[in-house]
Design a protein around this ligand. Structure first.
Ligand SMILES: O=C(O)CCC(=O)C(=O)O
Length: 154
């Protein structure tokens, strides 16, 4: 059975086309999974390096070719998850995953949190459909509910 391919090491930040960082990704497995299923590994401290470009422009290179210092930083994972576990990573944390070599799909729910005052830059986002937003709009509350309402509002 052919598994899913690997996930190249990347940052999530660029896939949102938002005007500020501070976002986080919650990865919630719906089934027990581990490295054989291609779970993620994270480069500790890599969020401090800033924005490392769009992984789709790396062509035949990897993020490690472009930022060799990443190879010197500690790698956390690939992780083992039980049902009920969750991993959280900053949208600037470099992470990637191997192929799923197991005999079943790797099911997970991914929840993305971004700052409530983030605005869409107008660049094509990979992470969501921007319609009906216009460039520099705040994200609409119907699809992107605020977890913490602004002060003074219920
Ligand atoms: O599950 C994967 O292979 C990658 C997921 C990912 O990159 C993410 O949740 O940020």
């Amino acid at each position: 059975m052919g598994g899913n391919g690997p996930t190249a090491f990347h940052q999530d930040f660029i896939t949102f086309a938002l005007d500020r960082s501070g976002g986080m990704q919650f990865w919630i497995p719906l089934d027990k999974c581990g490295p054989e299923q291609g779970t993620m590994a994270f480069i500790s401290g890599s969020h401090r390096l800033g924005v490392l470009g769009d992984y789709q422009t790396y062509a035949d290179r990897t993020i490690f070719d472009l930022w060799p210092e990443l190879a010197e930083m500690p790698l956390a994972g690939p992780l083992h998850y039980e049902v009920g576990d969750v991993s959280v990573h900053d949208h600037l944390t470099v992470h990637g995953a191997g192929p799923n070599l197991g005999d079943r799909p790797r099911w997970a729910l991914i929840a993305s949190l971004v700052p409530g005052d983030a605005r869409w830059t107008g660049a094509p986002p990979e992470a969501f459909d921007p319609a009906p937003l216009r460039p520099r709009d705040l994200l609409d509350e119907a699809r992107f509910p605020l977890l913490v309402p602004p002060e003074g509002e219920p």
